[in-house]
Write a protein that binds this ligand. Structure first.
Ligand SMILES: Cc1cc2nc3c(=O)[nH]c(=O)nc-3n(C[C@H](O)[C@H](O)[C@H](O)COP(=O)(O)OP(=O)(O)OC[C@H]3O[C@@H](n4cnc5c(N)ncnc54)[C@H](O)[C@@H]3O)c2cc1C
Ligand code: FES
Length: 276
């Protein structure tokens, strides 16, 4: 059993700059045993550790052939340094931590994803697994919002998903002109009215800035979706990721221990208090 406090050694084996401040790092665990042992569920995260600087939680996008993929936006001290790493750079990695998207329980239902900005990263693995088992689910709706066209990561992937049977892909840009953005203009929440899904037999999964999640909750309730069937991945500052330090507490739950994915109806009370 791996010590949950002890970072495992990893190395950057590939790096793609998605935008000037967002990079996808491919990380290889150095120990072959660690590579074999590693398994993740969609929605879980790793703590990435820069020696002498500190750790940050980052969602796991993929794990194949001993290689982990993480997409990171440079917002502060540690994430900026992670995005600046080059191939061959060493780092530490603890994880995976957290719970997962309820994709097993959602078999036979319509699936709706609502994400904005880099909120798309924590759902990518779930969407890929659902598409690999496409006949186990009903309709699939993927909504993604960005500010500007250049913020839209993985445009080719969204185009491929449009070709998947019974899959509706809706994209919106809130600060773009129509000639620059061939899809919809406005916030991602304006797409809810265009989405085709059964409000009585759907599971909704959301990730993004909290004002967008609150607006999505209102939009979903307005079209008749019960918040019992909606799930959200939440972000808070994390230090231990093991339910001990209390940094990630929101109301009663600790995001690292009970989350990061919550049934919206269960956390609505805390979540609707802005700035909580
Ligand atoms: C479960 C979980 C999964 C996550 N997955 C990802 C992921 O896949 N990719 C990714 O890039 N980030 C992800 N994050 C967010 C990431 O952990 C933070 O951006 C990071 O901890 C910031 O640390 P820092 O030292 O770089 O910045 P800090 O020095 O801690 O903060 C610098 C500034 O950035 C602001 N800031 C902090 N976090 C964010 C944020 N999330 N968004 C915008 N501004 C922020 C702070 O308020 C501060 O003003 C995730 C967070 C959680 C809890
Ligand atoms: S990060 Fe320490 S309790 Fe959650």
């Amino acid at each position: 059993m791996n010590d949950p406090w002890l970072p495992q050694q990893a190395v950057v084996v590939d790096k793609v700059m998605e935008t000037p401040d967002v990079a996808t790092l491919s990380l290889q665990l150095v120990e072959p045993e660690a590579q074999q042992r590693f398994h993740f569920d969609c929605g879980q995260f790793n703590m990435l550790y820069l020696y002498g600087l500190g750790e940050v939680p980052i969602s796991i996008m993929d794990y194949q052939h001993g290689c982990l993929q993480h997409t990171i936006r440079a917002v502060g001290r540690i994430s900026r340094t992670l995005v600046a790493l080059e191939t061959g750079a060493p780092l530490g990695l603890r994880g995976p931590y957290g719970n997962s998207w309820p994709i097993e329980d959602a078999r036979g239902r319509d699936l709706v994803f609502i994400t904005a900005g880099l909120g798309c990263a924590p759902v990518i693995a779930a969407i890929r697994r659902i598409i690999a088992a496409r006949t186990d689910y009903q309709r699939l709706v993927i909504m993604q919002g960005v500010k500007h066209r250049e913020d839209l990561l993985w445009q080719e992937q969204y185009e491929r998903w449009r070709e998947v049977p019974d899959c509706q892909v809706l994209l919106a840009a809130s600060e773009e002109r129509q000639e620059q953005f061939p899809w919809s203009l406005g916030m991602v929440t304006t797409l809810i009215d265009k989405a085709q899904f059964d409000v009585n037999n759907c599971t909704v999964m959301m990730c993004g800035p909290e004002p967008m999640i609150r607006a999505s909750m209102r939009g979903l309730e307005a079209v008749g979706v019960s918040l019992q069937n909606c799930f959200v991945s939440l972000e808070r500052n994390m230090q231990c990721a093991l339910g001990l330090c209390g940094h990630c507490q929101m109301g009663t739950p600790f995001i690292c221990r009970e989350g990061p994915i919550f049934r919206v109806a269960d956390i609505k009370e805390w979540f609707l208090l802005e700035g909580y």
